[in-house]
Write a protein of this length. Structure first.
Length: 150
């Protein structure tokens, strides 16, 4: 994304998605066959259309548009750890939107992920630490006598 030097990341993501669509359609037809694809398309209901719209617009275009802006503005090492938060958002979203229960191991895993991302963010924010002062070592062959030119 940085090498593309796109000024409008949302527009860039729309075009990237549009370029990927024909090969993905061809692959789906080759793997599943036209009959299965047609059967699936005929079975779409409003919930499925809403899920597709969510995936296409919110998570893909909006998500990658924001991601692209962050990558363009900040170093990839600063931004990339936040991708680890995806499972945390998935668990919390499924609990809020679908009424799913959060188990203790979900909470423990989410806390570990949050802790790791926060730890990484604090270390990145501090920046690289200067190297500790090294003890100078003398090379006996490099000494010159006082008052002589080297």
């Amino acid at each position: 994304m940085r090498k593309a030097k796109a000024t409008d990341m949302l527009n860039f993501m729309v075009w990237v998605s549009a370029v990927a669509t024909p090969p993905l359609i061809a692959l789906t037809l080759a793997v599943d066959g036209p009959a299965e694809v047609w059967h699936t398309l005929r079975g779409l209901d409003l919930t499925a259309v809403g899920a597709i719209a969510y995936i296409a617009y919110l998570s893909t275009l909006f998500g990658f548009g924001v991601w692209g802006r962050l990558i363009a503005r900040y170093d990839a090492g600063t931004v990339a750890p936040f991708a680890a938060l995806a499972p945390v958002f998935a668990i919390v979203s499924s609990a809020l939107l679908l009424g799913e229960h959060i188990h203790w191991y979900d909470a423990a895993g989410g806390a570990a992920i949050l802790g790791g991302v926060l730890l990484g963010a604090v270390q990145v924010r501090r920046g690289p630490q200067p190297p500790s002062p090294a003890v100078p070592t003398e090379d006996p062959g490099s000494r010159t006598a006082v008052g002589t030119a080297a």
